[in-house]
Design a binder for this molecule. Structure first.
Ligand SMILES: [Zn+2]
Length: 65
């Protein structure tokens, strides 16, 4: 399994926002990657992550809006 930075279960890995995981699941803004779930604040972050998850999980990536 690839090394990646620590991301809280309720943290949007793209922008760093804290997300209500239950809400995100309801809205279809949660997705599985390498066996764990990530949640997103909105469609934009969800799609960006889907395009290139490796970038957003890399050790040097700084989540920002
Ligand atoms: Zn976001």
């Amino acid at each position: 399994m690839a090394e990646h930075r620590t991301i809280a279960p309720n943290e949007d890995p793209v922008c760093g926002m804290t997300v209500d995981a239950a809400e995100a699941r309801k809205k279809g803004l949660a997705r599985d990657h390498e066996g764990r779930e990530f949640v997103f604040c909105g469609k934009g972050c969800y799609l960006e992550f889907g395009d290139d998850p490796v970038t957003f999980l890399a050790e040097g990536y700084v989540a920002q809006m």
